[in-house]
Design a binder for this molecule. Structure first.
Ligand code: AMP
Length: 415
């Protein structure tokens, strides 16, 4: 059954008004399938990644239910808890609550690491309807006796696989143990590794499972290119690439925080303004960089996978993989930053010899080869009798095999 508007899902008029103002007209598949079940109070296992509309899928029925329950807040009380692995995701969820809940009088707040304790403590003192939290900081507040979860009847775990990657699963278990058994629980995860499935099994009660296939269509609409080069060539290549105007709004991915800082430094020497987004930056630095990037004041953001996970920024024209990720799934997450909301995007990967394995794993996952631009890879150990053996001819379209001088390629691209 296809639901063509939000009213058919049974949401209260106050939410419908906010959705109209946010110019949402049609529910996404996860919203169509999830919202009616959640309004009935069922537990849910959602296998979906960012970009599917999952935040609204859980926030809308939560707001609806809390509004209907009409429970009076008491000091330190939390009626609903949303756990997120990163501060950026926590803030995005909080923004969604603000947008959708604007015609309701529900109180919500965020507690997360990297920002001062004081405002968080003040907000908690009076009690909140919805608390959005990262696990570590939440446990700090719980240890200090500032939060009472005994009446918390709604629990949502977002990006559970990321929580697992970041080592939060133990913290999550500790937190869940403080909630009443009688509650509605939702768990969202882009992938289902064994540990996450185990956790889901422990905390969900007869859940319905809603699985939204990875954004294969969107990924297919992204133009994906790979440039093979020596590691030492990458810096200059990137700087030149970013001087091309058509790269309007760009995320550059590195594998490490240090790598991100080095890229930013190098680019600034070349006159390209960029800022880094990673876990060693303070919360205010991260927020400033993100705000500047969102608004278009900053053209180039250099990020690690973890920092960029769940980022919701529109109009990203290019994703550049300065280094290929170790996990092929991260490649899909990275390039999914471009081509949001149905727009086409371009993903450019710089691949050195040491990354050929990762490239192969990515191509296997995508079931396709990336387009090799310019120089075809040269086998580090050419076979005797041949000057260069093209080590990855499998990935090289015939028309692109011929090597052209680099300068010529830039000129052609810029033209
Ligand atoms: P999410 O998957 O929750 O990160 O959402 C991705 C983006 O889609 C966010 O910018 C939402 O504001 C937007 N969005 C979610 N649901 C809808 C909808 N039904 N119509 C239009 N935009 C939506």
């Amino acid at each position: 059954m296809t639901v063509s508007n939000f009213a058919e899902l049974g949401l209260t008029e106050r939410l419908l008004r906010a959705l109209k103002e946010a110019q949402y007209t049609t529910p996404t598949p996860i919203q169509q399938r999830g919202i009616p079940l959640l309004l009935q109070g069922m537990d849910l296992l959602g296998i979906a990644q960012t970009g599917t509309g999952k935040t609204a899928a859980f926030t809308l029925p939560l707001l609806h239910n809390l509004d209907e329950d009409g429970v009076q807040l008491k000091p330190k009380m939390v009626r609903a808890l949303i756990l997120a692995p990163t501060r950026e995701l926590a803030l995005q969820i909080s923004d969604s609550i603000k947008t959708y809940g604007r015609h309701m009088g529900l109180r919500h707040t965020v507690v997360m690491g990297g920002v001062g304790h004081r405002p968080q403590i003040d907000a908690l003192r009076r009690g909140v309807d919805i608390l959005v939290a990262t696990p570590g900081r939440l446990l700090d507040h719980i240890a200090q006796g500032r939060i009472d979860l005994r009446q918390c009847e709604y629990l949502i775990l977002d990006e559970a696989d990321r929580m697992f990657d970041m080592g939060f699963i133990r913290d999550v278990r500790k937190i869940v143990a403080l909630l009443p058994d009688e509650r509605q629980t939702l768990l969202f995860s882009a992938t289902m590794p064994g540990e996450v499935a185990k956790l889901a099994n422990e905390i969900l009660y007869e859940p319905v499972r809603v699985e939204i296939a990875a954004k294969t269509v969107a990924v297919e609409s992204i133009e994906q290119r790979v440039h093979h080069m020596e590691k030492a060539e990458k810096r200059d290549f990137l700087a030149k690439l970013l001087q091309t105007r058509e790269l309007e709004k760009v995320i550059v991915f590195t594998r490490t925080k240090r790598g991100a800082d080095q890229v930013v430094k190098r680019l600034s020497k070349e006159g390209v303004n960029a800022q880094a987004l990673h876990g060693n930056k303070s919360q205010s630095q991260r927020q400033r960089a993100l705000d500047a990037f969102r608004s278009g004041r900053l053209r180039v953001l250099v990020a690690t996978d973890l920092a960029a996970r769940g980022l919701d920024v529109d109009d990203i024209s290019h994703v550049i993989n300065y280094e290929l990720p170790n996990e092929p799934e991260s490649y899909v997450h990275r390039i999914g930053r471009t081509a949001r909301a149905g727009a086409d995007g371009i993903a450019i990967s710089l691949c050195d010899n040491s990354e050929r394995q990762q490239l192969r794993a990515i191509e296997k996952l995508l079931k396709r080869s990336l387009d090799v631009v310019g120089e075809a890879p040269i086998d580090p150990m050419p076979k005797s009798g041949k000057k260069h053996n093209n080590g990855a001819s499998r990935t090289v379209p015939k028309s692109r095999k011929r090597r052209r001088p680099r300068q010529q390629r830039y000129e052609q691209r810029a033209a």
